[in-house]
Design a protein around this ligand. Structure first.
Ligand code: SF4
Length: 559
């Protein structure tokens, strides 16, 4: 897989590619810059901030300050669904707003255009709040979006705030998640102190309601009697975020995109956090039991067991049926900063094995577990991102458990702030690849021949041209939800359908065809298949180097 690379690239990539050992996860190179020229799946920092974390807040207006092209990430590409509330006239997610910076603003500055755009957007929509996102050109010319937002806040009397999430700020979208968490924490969390009246209040963090996942989780929790104050950020309103510090517990789904928020809320407001996973039947049951154990309420625990029994009774026949056709098949997964880990449980439920996996933008702890945090070196790219100084709020901090209650929980095996990482839950000797490239995906298909690959947007069609079905796990293509028990049933059936359809037998992968010099250009100029290119280059060389004729003695100067 690495052979094709020049030595410097080979050295770098070999640190990001290793063979797993769950008992002592080896150190992986992660959260480092992609080698230029390699076709990566990653998105930019702006995409991580605007597209992933803040985008799903649907009653505030999102304005991208920059050229219109950056706005691609702001218009429904993530399929994070949202429903209008009775007091909300429009679902703003259906709009993409951009200042559409042109050459004159790039040269003379775009602050005036931004101020005018905020005013115009307010006039038309009268939103509760407006968020502004800076793209690369804005950072390069030095527009001060924060002062424009402060002025607009004074003038309009609503909350207006900005995110310095220029695409170049970090090595991937991961930096954008951190910037988004900081902004949400500074400008929204803590503004409303009235808690919801329901008991057992939790926030679901790192869940983006792709294809309706948050709704499936919400419905399941409601059945158990657990109330969701806010989902950050899936089908969530401004007010829900403003009061999310009043919840009793934070449960974290995608650790990578939101661990900063969980940590800051615990320090400032005393809300503890636990890791959960509602992807897969076993994992959903485990997560419900963990939440019930936290609240230490007999009625709640009994209700949770009842719901698990009901849901499993409905799901078992589906699993048994799908297993007859899927058991023993293999999967590979290269997606996101948690999905490549979480979705392995769904495959496992139907008897499938994940033979290779990796993340697009994860850090070492997502692979190796949280205990490696102290050994992760802070490099120049990470220093780019502001670390907020957070302290306990003198008035609003409230410890949710007494030291005795905490000790009793921990003595019973309960773990707070814990995250084992993907490698500990994967089989020995499976292949782990960070930030996989298109070339590596192609080689992986050739060598491992997985029956299905879970991947991102950019790789999907490359994979399918090789005759391998690809489940796009960023926006689920047009499917979903896949979370909770009901979502798991959808996933099992869909994987069964994808793997067992005969259509893939009609595709002959290029690596199975005999080399055809007319159509094969790959793998080095010395490849016998590239004879035609060698001849072409040799011909051009001849044209470029004509024999020099001696100048005529009487030619005029410059001729
Ligand atoms: S990298 Fe910069 S210019 Fe490109 S989309 Fe992201 S913000 Fe826009």
């Amino acid at each position: 897989m690495l052979k094709i690379y020049p030595s410097k690239t080979l050295k770098k990539r070999s640190k990001q590619m290793l063979v797993n050992d769950p008992s002592a996860p080896p150190e992986i190179g992660a959260n480092t810059r992609t080698v230029p020229g390699i076709i990566t799946q990653r998105g930019c920092t702006y995409a991580g901030c605007r597209g992933v974390v803040i985008g799903p807040i649907h009653d505030i207006l999102h304005i991208t300050h920059g050229p219109i092209g950056c706005g691609y990430y702001s218009w429904l590409t993530r399929r994070n669904l949202a429903q209008q509330r009775p007091d909300q006239p429009i679902n703003f997610l259906q709009y993409a707003m951009s200042t559409d910076m042109m050459e004159s603003e790039i040269i003379f500055g775009g602050e005036k255009k931004l101020a005018a755009a905020i005013r115009e957007a307010y006039e038309i929509f009268k939103p509760k709040a407006i968020a502004v996102y800076a793209t690369c050109p804005v950072g390069l010319i030095g527009d001060d979006i924060h002062s424009v937002c402060r002025e607009a806040k004074k003038e309009l009397g609503i909350n207006v705030f900005g995110f310095s999430c220029e695409g170049y700020k970090g090595v991937s979208q991961s930096a954008g998640h951190h910037i988004a968490n900081n902004g949400v924490f500074k400008h929204m969390v803590g503004l409303l102190d009235e808690p919801d009246p329901e008991p057992f209040r939790i926030n679901v963090l790192g869940e983006y309601n792709i294809g309706g996942d948050a709704w499936a989780i919400d419905t399941l929790l409601k059945k158990c009697g657990i109330h969701v104050t806010a989902t950050l950020s899936g089908d969530v309103t401004y007010d829900q975020i403003c009061k999310c510090h009043t919840a009793d517990l934070n449960v974290v789904m995608c650790h990578r995109s939101i661990n900063y928020m969980a940590e800051m809320m615990e320090t400032k407001y005393g809300v503890p956090w636990i890791k959960v996973n509602f992807i897969g039947a076993e994992q959903s049951a485990k997560s419900l039991r963990k939440i019930a154990a936290y609240f230490q309420d007999k009625q709640l625990t009994d209700r949770v067991e009842e719901v698990i029994a009901q849901e499993m009774a409905e799901l078992r026949p589906v699993i048994a049926d799908v297993k007859t056709r899927c058991e023993g098949k293999t999967a590979a997964m290269f997606v996101g900063g948690s999905r490549a880990h979480h979705y392995q449980h769904l495959f496992k439920d139907i008897g499938m094995l994940t033979v290779a996996a990796g993340y697009e933008f994860a850090h070492r702890d997502d692979y190796e577990g949280r205990d490696v945090l102290p050994s992760i070196k802070i490099d120049a790219d990470s220093r780019n991102i502001e670390e907020l100084e957070v302290e306990a709020d003198p008035e609003k901090f409230q410890a949710r458990k007494t030291p005795e209650q905490l000790a009793a929980l921990e003595a019973g095996g309960f773990s707070f702030k814990d995250y084992e990482g993907m490698m500990r839950e994967m089989r020995k000797e499976t292949l782990i690849i960070d930030d996989i490239s298109h070339h590596e995906i192609e080689k992986l298909i050739e060598l491992y021949k997985p029956d299905i690959i879970g991947s991102g947007i950019k790789d999907k069609f490359v994979i399918e041209k090789f005759g391998v079905p690809c489940k796009q796990l960023h926006s689920y293509d047009y499917g979903g939800p896949y979370a909770a028990f009901t979502g798991a049933a959808n996933f099992y059936k869909e994987v069964d359908r994808m793997i067992n359809t005969k259509v893939w037998q009609l595709v002959t992968p290029s690596w199975k065809k005999p080399a055809d010099p007319a159509h094969t250009f790959g793998r080095g100029i010395d490849n016998p298949a590239n004879k035609a290119i060698r001849e072409l280059i040799a011909g051009q060389a001849k044209v470029k180097k004509p024999a020099k004729a001696a100048p005529a003695a009487d030619a005029p100067c410059g001729e």
